[in-house]
Design a binder for this molecule. Sequence first.
Ligand code: AMP
Ligand code: MN
Ligand code: MN
Ligand code: MN
Length: 288
Amino acid sequence: MHALSNADLHSHSTHSDGTLRPAALAARAQANGVTLWALTDHDELGGLPEAAAAAHDLGMGFLTGVELSVSFAGETVHIVGLGFDADNADLRAGVAHTRGGRLERARAMADGLAAVGLPGAFEGALRYVGNPDLISRTHFARWLIDTGVCADFSAVFRRYLSTGKPGFVPHRWAALGDAVRWITQAGGVAVIAHPGRYPFSPSAEYALFSEFHTHGGRGVEVLTGSHGQADTLKYTAMAAEFGLQASRGSDFHSPEESRTDLGALPDLPGTLTPVWLGLAHRVQPPRR
Ligand code: AMP
Ligand code: MN
Ligand code: MN
Ligand code: MN
């Protein structure tokens, strides 16, 4: 596995808030030149068997993946897990526990939207849901856009679904240490997802990186669809400062919605250690 292989280790299927099934996502990744792929649905492992089989048939390396929702310092942080044993009982229980409560949260979100004159949001969002255990803000956003309430995702989140807005419901996700341990004790590597997206002060961000490392976290996404050039430079330096390996993933959700396609990111800066080099023994090899 060459350091410059086209690895895309962050993407979503209909098992969470993506719009393509795992097999269709695999085909798109392969067509775009991806040689090592991971499916990382939010708080859900259900798409991995289909993804692994499709990757195998397409001749593409595959790593198991998940994107866990974590509450840290009053914000939601996402931790990507890669290369774990998806049958590990403690990991499965932790992932199931993390996604529990989404239905109740969604009903409360709908109540908040109804209170500002947008009734029917729960039923509306459900129409976009592929996995009834995994209703997310993205599904509400699709409904709000398709019914003409908002023009695009950025307007939806700005007006309705971010902290303090009518459809936002504070939620207690997993603890950082638990999420990192579930992944690592299952043989995987934990990675801080898209660090450039969190609204942390420098000291809270420093605490996130140091506590993550103390708990056994070993990677950080330096290249992701939501990072600009300044983010890439900043997290290249922070990866070195905290001794973290670097990951690369588009965070692809949908052909219609995602700005960064599968496999379309630039190469990692050469000074970094790619997280996948240490995961060679966990890669499901492609069919020869
Ligand atoms: P949830 O896990 O239900 O809180 O939903 C979070 C998901 O909403 C993320 O994984 C993104 O797919 C999407 N999301 C969050 N913020 C934004 C935003 N500002 N623009 C577009 N999508 C967003
Ligand atoms: Mn998402
Ligand atoms: Mn995320
Ligand atoms: Mn994601």
